[in-house]
Each structure stands twice: as C-alpha cells, then as structure tokens.
Design a protein around this ligand. Structure first.
Ligand SMILES: [Zn+2]
Length: 257
C-alpha cells in the first residue's frame, strides 16, 4: 500500500511508527502527517486496563488505510462506510442508515451522537449505526434491560473486544477501522486466504469458524452474561465481508498501489 510521502519529502511506502505515551490518555491517536500511531494506557468500558494487542494495531492501521484511501482526492474508506447500506441475505439491516420510525416516544436513540442524523426522501428521520450483528467478536454493546431493538434503545455500556476495538455505535470512522480489522483477519485467517468469490449462499451460518466477520447476532446482551452470540442464518458476517471486500477492491482500483 502506498503511504504518502512525509512532510520532509520522504519516499512513499515509508515506515509507520507505533509509540507508547501515557499522556495521550486511554486511547490511540493516529497522526498521518508524521505517520505515527501513539497509544496511551488503553481502557475497556469499565475503566479496566486493556492490553495493546495485534488487533489494536490492525484497527489503527485501518485508520491509516482510511487516510491513504483519500490520496489524490479519491473516495476514502469512511466515505464508503458513511454511505453504506449493508443488508443481510434476508434484506434485513446490518449497517448504515436506518429510520427511527416505530421507535417509542422518549426513545434515547439520538443520545450517543446526533451529528449522524438525516431526513430521507420520505421525510423520515434516519440515523447512522454500525449495527450489532456480523462482527468477529462481541457484543459491542450491552443493554439493560436487553432488547432486540438496538436502533431505538440506548445501550447501557459499550464493550471492547478483539474485533470491535472501538464500538461507538454512531462513529463512521471507528466503524471503518473495525471493518478493516475484521476484513484483514477474515481474508487471511490461519494463513489461509479466504475464497471471496462466493462467501454467501451458505446454508450453515456456522461454516465460517475463522477470525473476523462471523455470522453471529450479538444483540440482546447483558453485561454480566458471557456470550458467544447466536448463529445468524441471515449471514450478517458474510455480507459485511463481501461488502468490505468489494469496497477495498474499488479503492485499490483507484490508486496505483
Ligand atoms: Zn480507532
């Protein structure tokens, strides 16, 4: 992948540096100008220390890929994600814009982030959400009380896992980085390059047992209930993978990498 020449005119395809610095707080900061990813002491949703893992590193590389995809004025990854309308094999919503119609009065649906709100052609309000299904690990949110209606009810807490490194429900950028992370691992899981030509139309949602995008439903979870999710016959993991692979393919086609 081409990495922009640095401010001092360094060659493209240069080095990306990871650094530790507790002064940046409990997160990682990507500075594309100096090609450095600086991480502080990471924390989970309850403030417990969180280890810097290879999954954190690949998530951060996803932010770099997002930045580099905009080289030459091209469409960046997060723009694709912002416009995404990913549905599963039963045409049910997985990620992207979704109407809030049908949510009960007093719903907290807008609480997390009101900047991702729009009106559709029918005059209905829509919000952008990352969705709870199809990620390679989870859940990304806890609900109290549990509810399947994740678009209407504000979660009680986020949950950080290997494949949901920053599960902000309304953040396009963080979802883009997690989509990159899941795609990398599913594409090459256990050293085997996945068959991306026909990942769909499987009859057994559990056929994919590798890493990254799983056909699992992570909704309806309480924080005190460990879970491996429910197998989801609508194949949300396959559909996320297939969508992401086409987008990355498109991005590479737009660049001389
Ligand atoms: Zn991030």
């Amino acid at each position: 992948m081409g990495v922009d020449a640095g401010p001092m005119g360094q060659q493209a395809e240069g080095t990306i540096t990871f650094a530790r610095d507790s002064s940046v707080g409990p997160l990682c900061v990507t500075n594309n100008n100096v090609r450095t990813i600086t991480c502080g002491a990471l924390q989970g949703s309850t403030g417990m220390p969180r280890t810097f893992t290879k999954f954190v590193a690949v998530h951060e590389l996803g932010h770099i890929f997002d930045d580099q995809s905009a080289q030459g004025g091209q469409i960046r990854l997060s723009d694709f994600v912002s416009n995404a309308s990913i549905t599963d094999s039963n045409i049910l919503w997985v990620m992207g814009w979704i109407t809030t119609n049908g949510c009960p009065p007093g719903s907290n649906v807008f609480a997390e982030d009101t900047t991702v709100l729009r009106s559709n052609n029918a005059g209905q309000l829509e919000v952008w959400r990352r969705g709870e299904r199809g990620w390679g690990s989870g859940p990304g949110s806890f609900y109290n009380p549990p509810t399947q209606n994740d678009r209407c009810v504000q979660r009680s807490a986020p949950n950080f896992t290997d494949f949901q490194q920053n599960p902000d429900q309304a953040s396009v950028d963080e979802s883009a980085a997690d989509m990159f992370l899941n795609w990398v691992y599913r594409l090459q899981s256990g050293g085997v390059l996945a068959n991306v030509c026909d990942p769909l139309n499987q009859t057994n949602p559990g056929y994919w047992t590798g890493q990254g995008f799983l056909n699992r439903d992570w909704r309806n979870q309480m924080s005190d209930t460990p879970t491996s999710g429910l197998l989801d016959g609508s194949l949300p993991g396959d559909n996320r993978f297939f969508w992401m692979h086409e987008v990355v393919d498109d991005i590479f086609d737009r660049h001389p990498w």
